[in-house]
Structures are given as structure tokens and as C-alpha cells.
Design a protein around this ligand. Structure first.
Ligand code: DGL
Length: 279
């Protein structure tokens, strides 16, 4: 009898500081491709948006490299704007597998706006990055871009996925920061440039003083991943989720289980980032 060769589905590692990458993970899982999906969160260091560029440039490539050595994915998705806009080149240089990053969706936002005013909602780090300013210069020079940075909204998304009510003050502050800014009343498209924020689209839209398109990068990233891997049609298989602070992630396990994760691991944050079964 001739043994039948069964091609294993390509393995995808989705990485973020916390649960934000799940907004990208959800799009990949729903994209209709036969992929094996793992997730890793550096929640011991959350929020990345309040860390310095130097800290992230040192930490993210080292951590991702260690995970790749252990899990051997075929592609890494840095599902974090804050990490991508500062450390993507370093991550790519450290790895031999393809790396897809998430950058602020300025280009599609500029194509969509009718009023010519775009809101840009990101972490405090991402709103002030040269990378972000360069994207605006390149794709939205003839538009007005109102930027607002929020770390509180990151925590609100984490709260929501823990099953708690997201802090309404964080939502209000972000809405006022955008629509209350000079020119902000005309915003008709908001670029969600932090992967945590699509998890709060309902709350943001409900608090918004006017209808707006809440634009995120999830589906674009999912398309990119399928394209790079030349992925076959099929169903995604959900595997492991790992956390640098597994204890703090416990309350999040139900949200991960609801997405099909069954195996939870702790990433020993220092010095070698090795993973062990979570207690
Ligand atoms: N989810 C991340 C992003 O897309 C950052 C959240 C954080 O500040 O850790 O920017």
C-alpha cells in the first residue's frame, strides 16, 4: 500500500502585547483558509503604547525569535501597530520566515473619506511615530488627519475580553479627543490603528456624535497572510495561546476558548522566553 502524503496546513503565529491581536486573528480564522493558528501575547509588558522605542526594539525581536525557534511557524503576524511601526525591520532581520506587520490604515481611510477629515485612533506611541507621519504624508496629504492616542482604550479592550464592562471614561475620552478636536466634527472615517480598538467598535460607534466608518486592518492582513502562504481553501485549526504573564491572562482564557483555543502556555519572560504548560 502506498502511503498517502498529507500536506500539513501552514502554521501562523499571531503576536501582540495582549488581546488586540485577536481582532486580526479573528479575520485570519474567518478567511476560509486551511491554516494552523497559534497566538502569543506579551501581556507582562502591556501596554506597549507606553513603552519607549528602545525598549520595544530590544524586546519584540528577541521574544518573537524565541517563539519562532520553539514553534516553527511558516509566517509571523506582528498584530500590533505599536510594535510594527517601530520594530518590524528588526523582527524581519532576525527571522528567516516571512513577517507581516500591521500599520495604521491611513491609505484606505484616505480613499474612503467624503468630508476629507480622517480620525486616527492609536496608542500614544503610534500616534507620534515618524512611521505614522510618513504614512500621512504619503497617502493623506490632501486630507485633514485628527490624531488621538489612548492607552486607556487598550485596557478597556482587555477588560471587555475579561468579561467586564469596558471603562466608559476611556470611550468618552477617545470620542471627545477625535470629534471634539479642531475640524473633528467633520470626521467620517476613523482609522483604528491599534489592534485592540476593533474589539470596541460597537462601544465607540455608539458613543460617536455622528456616523463614521470604523476602519481596521484585520481583513487586509488576513488576505496578505493567505497570499504570502499561497494558502488553500479550508478551515483554520486553532492551537496554542501563550502569555508572558499566564497568571494575569487567566480571566482571558474564556475569550480564547470561545475562539477554539484549547492549549494555554506560559512564556518565561526572562531570559530565554521558553514556553511551558500554563498551570
Ligand atoms: N495592540 C497594540 C497595537 O496594535 C498595542 C496595545 C498596547 O499598547 O500594548 O498597537
Amino acid at each position: 500500500m502506498i502511503a498517502q502524503m498529507v500536506n500539513a496546513a501552514p502554521r501562523v503565529l499571531v503576536f501582540d502585547s495582549g488581546v488586540g491581536g485577536l481582532s486580526v486573528f479573528d479575520a485570519i480564522a474567518a478567511s476560509g483558509h486551511a491554516l494552523d493558528l497559534d497566538y502569543a501575547a506579551d501581556n507582562a509588558w502591556l501596554p506597549y503604547g507606553l513603552k519607549s522605542d528602545e525598549q520595544l526594539r530590544a524586546r519584540v525581536p528577541a521574544l518573537v525569535t524565541s517563539l519562532v525557534a520553539q514553534w516553527a511557524p511558516d509566517i509571523v503576524v506582528v498584530a500590533c501597530n505599536t510594535a510594527s511601526t517601530i520594530a518590524l525591520e528588526q523582527v524581519r532581520a532576525a527571522l528567516s520566515v516571512p513577517v507581516v506587520g500591521v500599520v495604521p490604515p491611513i491609505k484606505p481611510a484616505a480613499a474612503l473619506t467624503r468630508t476629507g477629515v480622517i480620525g486616527l485612533l492609536a496608542t500614544p506611541a503610534t500616534v507620534r511615530r515618524t512611521y505614522t507621519t510618513d504614512l500621512i504624508t504619503q497617502f493623506a496629504m490632501d486630507k485633514r488627519v485628527v490624531r488621538f492616542g489612548s492607552a486607556a482604550l487598550v485596557q478597556a479592550a482587555e477588560q471587555k475580553l475579561r468579561g467586564e464592562a469596558p471603562d466608559p471614561a476611556a470611550i468618552t475620552e477617545a470620542i471627545e479627543g477625535l470629534f471634539g478636536a479642531p475640524g473633528g466634527a467633520e470626521i467620517d472615517v476613523v482609522a483604528l490603528a491599534c489592534t485592540h480598538f476593533p474589539l470596541l467598535t460597537q462601544e465607540l460607534a455608539a458613543a460617536s456624535p455622528r456616523p463614521a466608518v470604523w476602519l481596521d486592518s484585520g481583513e487586509a492582513i488576513a488576505r496578505r497572510v493567505a497570499h504570502v502562504l499561497i494558502a488553500e481553501a479550508g478551515q483554520a485549526r486553532i492551537n496554542r495561546a501563550a502569555f508572558t504573564d499566564a497568571e494575569a491572562a487567566r480571566d482571558l482564557y474564556p475569550a480564547f476558548r470561545a475562539r477554539g483555543f484549547e492549549s494555554f502556555l506560559a512564556i518565561n519572560a526572562a531570559p530565554e522566553f521558553s514556553t511551558t504548560p500554563a498551570p
